[in-house]
Design a protein around this ligand. Structure first.
Ligand code: GLU
Length: 273
């Protein structure tokens, strides 16, 4: 086996659909071409939306498609302490800031205080409603901390024409949320941390995440994690040219299977033998 290692990292917020199948088949095909391996990772950090039955369905659907992966599978909800430690490290270095509600959310709250016009209780409620609830990465502070290294941030992209070096522009993603008061990690921290600790070398995923390497490269440099090679494939569209959504129950793999479609038929429909 070569040093090539990639991963398929679904979020169990609903059943997988044909778009996930297309993505998974692409990931496993690339690993096969490169003589490498695919890890399966369950990205269930959003504890309000993820459900164990969807995780179980992911295992079932992927196995049904004929895909195999090494055990144990990394399940992100079992590693919140690791992600919190990353946020603490960045915070200790002065690279994060506490962030308040968005302007839209503030606009929905009761009127601003008029001095002397409210009880102590109302004042306390007003301030509590505006209390810090998330930690964001300060790109301004990162830029100051990295100095000349900021301008030299690059990542490698795999395209049909080969590997290309691209300048990373973290500003494209802005001051991303790293963690929230009620959730110790947001996507970029958990995914970039896990890619590093799992020894992932290559990422293959949908082009909805095409800007993610800009910020993930910055996190790698800040945390001294290895840089990766990124490939983003087009998303599968439905007959109307719309993105397939997990909410369209009709095209979940589970429902296709229940309707009698075989895994070979799904593979053939997506252009795989
Ligand atoms: N968990 C993400 C998703 O389901 C994928 C993240 C990634 O591949 O980096 O969209």
């Amino acid at each position: 086996m070569s040093a090539f290692r990639t991963r398929f990292a679904p979020s169990p917020t609903y059943y997988l659909h044909l778009g996930h199948a297309a993505s998974a088949l692409q990931v496993w095909r690339r690993a096969e071409e490169q003589g490498g391996e695919v890890l399966l990772r369950i990205e269930d950090i959003d504890t309000t939306r993820c459900r164990p039955e969807y995780t179980a369905a992911i295992y079932e659907d992927l196995a049904w498609l004929g895909l195999r992966w090494p055990q144990p599978v990394r399940v992100q909800s079992e590693h919140f302490a690791d992600y919190a430690a990353v946020v603490e490290t960045l915070t200790a270095r002065g690279l994060t800031y506490r962030c308040f509600r968005s302007r839209a959310e503030l606009a929905k709250l009761p009127d601003p205080l008029r001095p002397g016009a409210h009880s102590a209780r109302e004042e306390a409620a007003y301030l509590e409603a505006r209390a810090p609830f998330a930690w964001r990465l300060s790109l301004h502070a990162c830029r100051a901390a990295l100095g000349a290294r900021w301008d030299a941030l690059t990542f490698t992209e795999r395209t049909p024409r080969g590997l290309h070096t691209r300048a990373a522009e973290p500003m494209k993603e802005g001051d991303i949320v790293l963690a929230r008061k009620d959730s110790p990690s947001a996507y970029h921290v958990a995914a970039t941390h896990d890619d590093a600790v799992q020894g992932v070398t290559d990422i293959i995923r949908g082009e909805d995440l095409i800007d993610a390497p800009h910020i993930q490269t910055l996190l790698q440099v800040l945390m001294d994690w290895p840089s990766l090679i990124y490939e983003h494939h087009p998303l599968l569209l439905d007959d109307d040219g719309q993105k397939l959504s997990k909410r369209q129950k009709s095209i979940s793999l589970a429902s296709l299977r229940a309707d009698g479609m075989t895994a070979d038929q799904v593979r053939a429909r997506l252009g795989y033998k």
